[in-house]
Ligand binder design. Structure first.
Ligand SMILES: [Zn+2]
Length: 396
């Protein structure tokens, strides 16, 4: 009798700790250039036995950065130091178990509007607790310590920073100039995208056919025979709600509807044929509703899981009209600009250092605010208790 009790409690523990995630037969998606989300490669990632090395939980920086930098040695050193500080800051709030490898490049974007960009280097399909296959960022999958996991990319996060900007480094003993951007603040922001603060919804399919944008979809999949295999959300999207004309629906519902638009397995000769057929289906309405939400203030939310750092609905960026791929959706709304959650708004202003923004946001002891933490917790990261505020009483 006693041993039976032990077996049943052991079984319960196993059920609890398997995290409801199972490996899916789908292939992985590698992002080649974070500034161009359409630049992806579908890649085989066969099940691989976990041989991650044990990392001491006292490790102060879980981020290992390979920096490609052709600027002066002094500038490249400042960049390295900023990465080191950012890695430590994130390691203070996220309870990480495995090293996160970052491939970072400091290069001229030939586009003055962009400061930097980062993405998970590989998105890995796993079956979530609602039996739906979604793509998870590799950095997060590593933290799940699955016994067998889809094969990993060499890097977890791919990041690029624009060398043509006038950067300020807090480690250099000068106050920020009115034309400068705080490099450290931008690194923190970009690493959080790389950890999985990123939606799959975008304007890819109409863009690929040079058509006007009338709708948004999650990433679309075709197999090697050019057969439609449906749309796939990211884990971030599981918690996104679209609210066109005041009616809230989940991203998961819209995705399931779009997956009814064309029979799975239908072959297409080219992208134009596919775009024409899906736009003539009644389900294209959902793509239009997604776009309407993404360009209407207050019409796009993220619902955090219970018992995370913030349990309120979090508004996502939906003020930009026309829609801007990379800025709309995958950021918090500008209503949080002067709060402790300023870090994940889509825009940084010249002359504003991270220290200034932290002060303005309520002077909490971490620049990673409770809403940002809550989103990371909801998609699956463990966190340490939210750092105590200095002043005033913490609220979200
Ligand atoms: Zn961003």
């Amino acid at each position: 009798m006693k041993s039976q009790t032990i077996y049943s409690s052991l079984l319960l523990c196993i059920l609890i700790f398997t995290h409801f995630l199972t490996i899916s037969a789908e292939r992985c998606v590698d992002i080649l250039d974070p500034t161009n989300p359409s630049d992806t490669v579908i890649i085989d990632c066969p099940p691989t036995t976990n041989n991650d090395v044990y990392v001491k939980h006292q490790t102060s920086n879980f981020f290992e950065v390979t920096l490609n930098c052709s600027a002066t040695a002094a500038l490249c050193n400042n960049i390295k130091e900023a990465f080191n500080d950012a890695g430590k800051e994130i390691s203070k709030v996220l309870k990480l178990k495995q090293i996160i490898k970052v491939n970072a490049t400091f290069t001229d974007f030939n586009n003055a509007a962009i400061l930097g960009s980062a993405s998970s280097a590989r998105y890995i399909p796993l079956t979530s607790d609602d039996k739906i296959i979604r793509r998870y960022p590799q950095a997060l999958v590593k933290q799940f310590s699955l016994d067998v996991h889809p094969e990993y990319n060499d890097y977890d996060i791919i990041a690029r920073f624009n060398s043509a900007q006038d950067w300020w480094f807090r480690t250099v003993n000068e106050t920020i100039g009115s034309d400068q951007f705080d490099f450290y603040a931008v690194i923190l922001h970009e690493l959080i995208h790389g950890l999985g603060f990123s939606s799959s919804w975008g304007n890819y399919i109409e863009l690929a056919d040079n058509q006007n944008i009338t709708g948004l979809t999650p990433n679309v999949n075709f197999n090697d025979d050019s057969q439609f295999e449906g749309f796939t959300e990211r884990i971030f999207d599981k918690y996104v709600k679209f609210i066109p004309n005041g009616v809230a629906s989940t991203s998961t519902y819209y995705t399931s509807q779009l997956n009814e638009s064309i029979p799975i397995g239908t072959s297409f000769n080219n992208i134009s044929e596919f775009v024409t057929q899906i736009k003539s289906s009644p389900q294209w309405n959902y793509a239009e509703f997604a776009l309407l939400s993404a360009i209407t203030n207050g019409s796009l939310t993220f619902t955090p899981a219970k018992n995370t750092s913030c349990n309120d609905e979090i508004y996502l960026e939906s003020s930009l009209n026309p829609y801007v791929q990379g800025s709309s959706i995958s950021h918090v709304s500008l209503i949080y600009e002067s709060t402790s959650d300023f870090l994940m708004k889509y825009i940084f202003n010249r002359g504003e250092s991270l220290e200034y923004l932290v002060q303005r946001g309520g002077n909490y002891s971490s620049p990673i605010g409770p809403r940002i933490l809550s989103i990371l917790e909801t998609i699956g990261y463990e966190t340490y208790a939210y750092p105590n505020p200095i002043i005033p009483t913490y609220e979200c």
